[in-house]
Design a protein around this ligand. Structure first.
Ligand SMILES: [Zn+2]
Length: 113
């Protein structure tokens, strides 16, 4: 499950930030996850609970914000909204579409104590 590895690195980064700020606990973590990301929010939440056992983020709240997918149609040179990774252009129906945003996972905010 790739969500496990993703969450592990997210928790590692969060702990690093918390330590640098002299915190003892991580209370809340906010993640931005693109709609086109391969990460499943439900799986992330599940993995988060497992991975954070015994870490500074134990019992922390995980908030997931979805970020809309965006793409660029090479045929009509227009920025389009994308809801799936290999979608077609809603204007001309072309498959020549490049994903330009909403395909990644980012830490938005870390609340520490
Ligand atoms: Zn198009």
């Amino acid at each position: 499950m790739h969500e496990m590895a993703l969450i592990e690195s997210v928790v590692e980064i969060a702990e690093e930030v918390a330590r640098q700020n002299g915190a003892r606990r991580i209370i809340r973590l906010r993640l931005d996850i693109g709609e086109l990301s391969i990460a499943e929010p439900d799986a992330l939440t599940f993995c988060f609970a497992a991975v954070t056992q015994g870490t500074m983020a134990q019992d922390a709240e995980l908030e997931i914000c979805r970020v809309a997918g965006r793409g660029w149609c090479l045929d009509c040179a227009t920025e389009i909204a994308m809801s799936q990774r290999f979608g077609t252009c809603p204007i001309c129906g072309s498959h020549q579409v490049q994903v330009t945003g909403g395909d990644d996972l980012k830490i938005k905010d870390i609340e520490i104590n």
